[in-house]
Design a protein around this ligand. Structure first.
Ligand code: FES
Length: 173
């Protein structure tokens, strides 16, 4: 037979036991979380090589911009969501970042003047992205383009920096 214990003391002991149990639970959950992080990192590290990388180290992010025939020769098309322009010239396609190479404002295409204009510091770029006025020092970045089954596929993951434009940047379509 157990010794008699006053109710108040019994309640106090029960509270203390509950506190101990909840502390143990917290520590237990902490261990589970830490183990999950370690195992997750091991799995991610093991399979990281499966993700394609661009030369700059960022993963590819492919966008099907549309059928080649949807892009008129001599027309500049803005893909607003991806902040890029597609220029279909009679020699091929160029996908250019709309982000100004000066301080990253978004350039606008001025159709009548046939130039990109930056609203921030009056940078001006020609239709192939070369600087023709203002503070920018580099042409607009270039997004890799492929033609797959007559569709224009753009890697929006990274805009490649370039020193100038040359015809090898054009993708025949
Ligand atoms: S951010 Fe475009 S000219 Fe300065």
């Amino acid at each position: 037979m157990s010794p008699w214990v006053p109710d108040s003391l019994r309640r106090e002991r029960m509270k203390e036991e509950e506190r101990l149990i909840s502390r143990r639970k917290v520590i237990g959950y902490g261990w589970i979380a830490a183990t999950a992080v370690v195992v997750g990192e091991m799995i991610a590290g093991t399979f990281a090589f499966l993700w394609p990388k661009t030369p700059g180290g960022k993963a590819e992010k492919l966008l099907i911009a549309g059928k080649v025939d949807d892009f008129q020769v001599g027309k500049m098309t803005l893909i607003r969501k991806e902040k890029l322009f597609i220029n279909r010239t009679d020699e091929g396609l160029l996908a250019m970042s709309a982000i100004c190479t000066h301080l990253s404002c978004i350039v606008r295409w001025n159709e009548p003047r046939n130039v990109f204009e930056c609203p921030c510091h009056a940078g001006v770029f020609n239709a192939v992205g070369e600087v023709i006025a203002g503070p920018p020092r580099r042409p607009l970045g270039l997004h890799p383009v492929k033609i797959v089954e007559n569709k224009i596929v753009v890697d929006t993951g990274k805009a490649i920096q370039r020193k100038n434009f040359d015809r090898s940047q054009l993708v025949w379509a």
